[in-house]
Design a protein around this ligand. Structure first.
Ligand SMILES: NC(=O)c1ccc[n+]([C@@H]2O[C@H](COP(=O)([O-])OP(=O)(O)OC[C@H]3O[C@@H](n4cnc5c(N)ncnc54)[C@H](O)[C@@H]3O)[C@@H](O)[C@H]2O)c1
Length: 383
């Protein structure tokens, strides 16, 4: 068995996503499971190079995991020959500049979403990466979650007949930060720092809709900043200038309608933090992050509207659980493995910068719809 080591810069590794999902749950987990096996018997072995701004945090984090390769100097890390991949999990605003540097250094690039702050920049990054011949990828983790994988299985198996509509409900209460600390970083609530729920979540909704149901052709969106003041990590009150809720309708190829509510100012009365209900002529499903339930047309009840009587049926009990039928690994890790196979063995990987740019475009057009109070068509982006 040949081990193929591959140096990977992990920039922004001290952040929530960089540390937990990408370093610990993906790259280190891949090493714990023996590397990524290729068909020819080679094993890809990630060698993380931790990059960040704070030396103390980096050293502490590296020591915690027995790692020794870390630096605060991105330029010198990019100059190394044994580093082949640049990964970015920094705050969004810092991403474009660093990715451009990585393209110039000839590194393959994988990044958190959103790829850039606007469509023009995202498209330009996609073109520059293409011209430099480097292999790109953007995180689209939700596609690899068990609930959505089961939903995809239902679609592929023809369960729904003709799919009519999708309604998604995403959100939870993000504490204001005064009497209880907020559970998300404060930059998410400041537009001037790249925050906002549309920029954060529409890239996800874009790939979920496009991969499962079809191309998004138009968007109508209303946004709100329900909580105009929050308290930051240092205990200081600040003006929350970014949208913290978005109520959007997406039109898809084939006439399918998707409505998705996204909110950080909603309390959860759901089984999971995000749920999608899909209604089709033959059956319906509710998919969350982990679970998926179905109701076939043959077992659909026939309720009659009568507000004078209490509900006569337990509607929730009438849905059947879709079995796992396979082992589901962490979604971020599964996508990392696919990206590494793409870089090392040239296996196909369609979640590239252009796919990421389409996500940025939907966020940008969603915000325009909200600003101008109108429905906005989504033109097809080409490289
Ligand atoms: N795929 C997902 O489900 C998902 C979920 C949350 C966030 N994200 C994305 O991941 C990225 C990081 O988000 P996060 O929640 O981990 O944020 P975070 O604030 O926890 O981490 C941000 C990281 O960027 C670094 N950084 C570099 N320059 C900075 C600067 N000038 N100011 C502040 N921090 C700076 C920080 O040191 C830190 O390591 C964002 O682009 C976000 O959109 C993706």
């Amino acid at each position: 068995m040949t081990r193929r080591s591959i140096g990977i810069i992990v920039n922004g590794v001290t952040g929530r996503m960089g540390y937990r999902q990408h370093l610990v749950r993906s790259l280190l987990a891949i090493r714990e499971s023996g590397g990524v096996a290729l068909a020819d018997g080679t094993t890809i072995w990630p060698e993380p190079v931790l990059v960040g701004r704070n030396e103390t945090k980096l050293r502490e984090l590296a020591e915690r995991h027995g790692l020794t390769d870390w630096t605060t100097d991105l330029t010198s890390a990019l100059a190394r020959d044994d580093v082949e991949i640049y990964f970015d999990a920094q705050v969004t605003q810092q991403r474009e500049k660093a990715i451009r540097q990585a393209i110039e250094a000839g590194k393959h690039i994988y990044t958190e979403k959103p790829l850039a702050e606007d469509t023009a920049a995202a498209l330009d990054l996609a073109r520059a990466a293409d011209a430099a011949g480097v292999r790109t990828g953007v995180v689209q983790d939700k596609l690899f979650l068990p609930g959505l994988r089961k939903l995809k299985r239902l679609i592929d198996g023809g369960f729904f007949g003709r799919i009519l509509s999708v309604r998604g409900e995403f959100g939870y209460w993000v504490f204001e930060g005064d009497w209880q600390p907020a559970q998300r970083p404060s930059w998410n609530y400041r537009a001037e720092d790249g925050g906002g729920i549309v920029v954060d979540m529409f890239p996800h909704w874009h790939y979920v809709l496009e991969e499962l149901f079809g191309r998004v052709t138009a968007v109508s969106c209303v946004t709100a900043t329900h909580l105009p003041e929050r308290v930051d990590e240092a205990g200081h009150a600040y003006a929350a200038t970014a949208d913290d809720a978005a109520y959007a309708t997406f039109e898809l190829d084939g006439g399918l309608i998707a409505q998705i509510n996204s909110s950080w100012a909603v309390r959860v009365y759901r089984d999971e933090l995000v749920e999608f209900q899909v209604d089709g002529t033959e059956g319906s499903a509710i998919a969350g992050l982990r679970n998926c339930r179905v109701q076939h047309r043959a077992v659909t009840p026939k309720p009659v509207w009568n507000p004078d009587l209490p509900a006569t049926e337990d509607f929730r009990a009438q849905w059947a659980e879709v079995p796992d039928n396979e082992d589901f690994d962490n979604g971020f890790k599964v996508q990392w493995e696919a990206y590494l196979r793409h870089v090392v063995a040239g296996e196909p990987f369609r979640w590239d910068f252009l796919a990421g740019a389409r996500g940025v475009q939907l966020a940008e057009l969603g915000l325009r719809s909200a600003r101008e109070g109108c429905r906005v068509e989504v033109p097809e982006l080409r490289s």
